[in-house]
Design a protein. Sequence first.
Length: 501
Amino acid sequence: MAKDRPVLIIGGGATGSGIARDCALRGIDCILLEQGDLATGTSGRFHGLLHSGARYAVKDPASAKECIAENRILRKIAAPCITDTGGAFIACSDDDDRYIDEWLRACGAAGIPTEVISASELRYEAPLLTSGIKKAYAVPDAAIDGFLLTAGNCRDAARNGAVIKTCCRLTGFTVEDGSIRSATAVNTRDGSEERIDCSFVINAAGPWAGEISSMAGLDLPVSPDRGILIAFNHVFTKRVLNRLRPSGDGDIFVPHHHVTIFGTTSKPAKGPDDYEIDSGEVMELLRIGRDLVPSIEELRIIRAFAGVRPLYTPPGAEGGRAATREFVLVDHEKGGGVRNMLSVVGGKLTTFRLMAEQTVDILAGRLGVKEKCTTHRKEIPVPSPSAHKEGQALICECERIDSSILDEAVKDRRLHSLGDIRRLTHMGMGPCQGSFCSLRAAGHFQQSLGLSAEETAELLREDLRERWKGSRPVCWKWQASQSEMARRIYCGLLSLERTDI
């Protein structure tokens, strides 16, 4: 395939980056476009669970089988991204025994191992759990870092010839004689535009997939589905905790680094970036969480955030919780559409590699490429954050991030925002939520990268705005005190305007 007409991949989440990696490993020239930083959409806005498949065993057995198979593969090829927490499905005193029996049979049929855990063992590990545990079963759930996974995919893709373009938003296609000939894109940082000639287009834009397909005159029935999550300031459970009942709101706790993430909900989204949350939604989720953790409303919350799921809902299909979690590959050549475009929608981060493999299998067949997929056995070169070095000044005490770790994070890449650094290092994700480390990081980069005073101030403004979005809906008790302290630091001592944050 000619270098001047590569395959164009739209979307820099787990699926798009996995497709880029698979293409590159098969020798297929490709360019990946992402409108923001990597994993800033759905892949960076979820609970961080590596599914065992047990959640889907009853209602979505095909999806459950995919999850357990990919769970085992990812533990081998992406081990630095995964924390092997294990998981537990917990039935409370008023939960239905018939559903429990059905769930056990379904897990067995899907090949998902389950093991009885005593209530006393669970409460020893997590004393905040309810005393009303009727039954509990261990499953091979784990925690996974979507930011590092996506960055690792792109690193390997780039090493093998792929071109990765972040902060680059697609604005349109040129379609001639039933095929896409080129795409236009705009750099979201400097406003520059470019044209990209392409031989094929793969639409992996998640909740934006419908908008992308419409640019080629196609109709792709994607229903954005919004879920909110809450982050607590400490880890209070060793395992992932799931409610053993039909899927519903507030049925999972995931331990992640130094925090615990609780969620989620399912409601129709206003659009693919419907991330705004109000305090009422948080309070309702906390009320549901009392069933497993009775004292949940007394715990310190450090932020709330929302993600949008790209559910495939063709005419007659159910949406929301009832929608399938299987992924769908849409070949737009069928029905007289566009000959050289595929869309991949639905699925989960756990199955991103399988989604990529099946997508690139079709692509390779169209392009006459004989190379087979190798992503199931080749390790992903994950950019593992460095450990804090003694003697180095700490930038972020919560996550033990020093200046050498920041320097490593910007090595071989342009600094666009402190959020870009956060996704690679976890700086500012702890209890202070950037109150201290945002200032220190901005000062460090001003010196190390020679930033101007205005560039440094803008780094701060943008970072504080993003941090405030998550703190605002949980601004009570301890987090209200934390937010007030941050306001006094930045608006009082540093004279930033309130409108800046």
